[in-house]
Design a protein around this ligand. Structure first.
Ligand code: IPD
Ligand code: CA
Ligand code: CA
Length: 263
């Protein structure tokens, strides 16, 4: 493990105490979109600590932190699965990705409630609590499908439900845990095979994408119409190319292009 990765992991794990302490809750732009004092505190702490580790990087965080563009960029979700966090479901993670010229080079996803620590560095494989992880070899018919119905834009739910209906007929079963980063890491550790989310933000999946691809999986942005670094996009992911292609065919039938009111 590189010195950089070690330091990033330490900075992430040091935030554990913030998630285990009392917090207050506010709503953002809809009743389902919550932010807590812990989200803000973790983002502030990581901004300070990560930029100390790599002063040559800029920072993009879900709760509004954005610094001037540089070659390296940290992309941070201080708490992925905030609704789970508020409900004490113990299924939330701190997610830190690092890009160089827009390409993922390092990812850390940490659930402080279960002490699951996923990490990867480009070219060095993926790990869960220091043990190497690999995607499964299951085919589509034995696949477990993770998806979401677009909680923050419910107008897109119908498309997601139609896709779920078709995938479900052809796969084994589906799940929804409410923390995209952890769900994508389930594919990386061979526990699930298929993933689709119609509208996801860079901080939800930046770290998990690197972890999944380093574990041998595949991750695809369906459309690249949105150019802003903080804009949402639809993604699919799978344990292998064959399953990804099958999933993509179903998804593209239902979502041939981004809806007009997508953003
Ligand atoms: C959300 C969770 C959820 C996913 C949403 C994300 P948040 O992140 O990952 O599972 O379906 O797209 O926005 O708001 O809890 O950080
Ligand atoms: Ca998130
Ligand atoms: Ca979040």
């Amino acid at each position: 493990m590189s010195d950089l990765l070690k330091k990033v992991i330490d900075a992430v794990v040091d935030c554990r105490e913030i998630l285990l302490s009392p917090f207050s809750v506010e709503t953002k732009d809809s009743v389902s979109n919550l932010v807590t004092s812990a989200d803000k505190a973790v983002e502030q702490r990581l901004k300070t600590e990560l930029l100390k580790i790599l002063p040559d990087a800029c920072f993009l965080g879900e709760e509004g932190s954005r610094t001037e563009e540089k070659t390296f960029r940290f992309v941070v979700d201080p708490i992925d699965g905030t609704a789970n966090f508020v409900r004490n479901l113990n299924c939330s993670a701190i997610s830190v990705g690092l890009l160089k010229d827009g390409v993922g080079i390092l990812g850390v996803v940490y659930n402080p409630f279960t002490n699951e620590l996923y990490y990867a560095e480009k070219g060095n494989g993926a790990f869960l609590n220091d043990k190497p992880i690999k995607v499964s070899k299951r085919d589509f018919s034995h696949g477990l499908y993770y998806t979401a119905l677009c909680i923050y834009k419910k107008g897109l739910a119908e498309n997601c439900i139609n896709i779920l209906r078709e995938v479900y007929q052809q796969c084994d079963d589906f799940r929804r845990e409410g923390a995209a980063a952890l769900e994508i890491c389930r594919l990386a550790s061979g526990k699930a095979e298929l993933y689709f989310e119609i509208r996801i933000f860079p901080w939800d999946c930046c770290a998990a994408e690197i972890i999944l691809t380093e574990a041998g999986g595949v991750f695809k942005h369906l459309y690249t119409d949105n150019c802003d670094i903080a804009a949402p996009f639809p993604i699919i992911a799978a344990n292998n190319d064959e399953n990804l292609k099958k999933l993509e065919k179903i998804v593209r039938k239902e979502v041939p292009k981004l809806p007009e009111d997508y953003n």
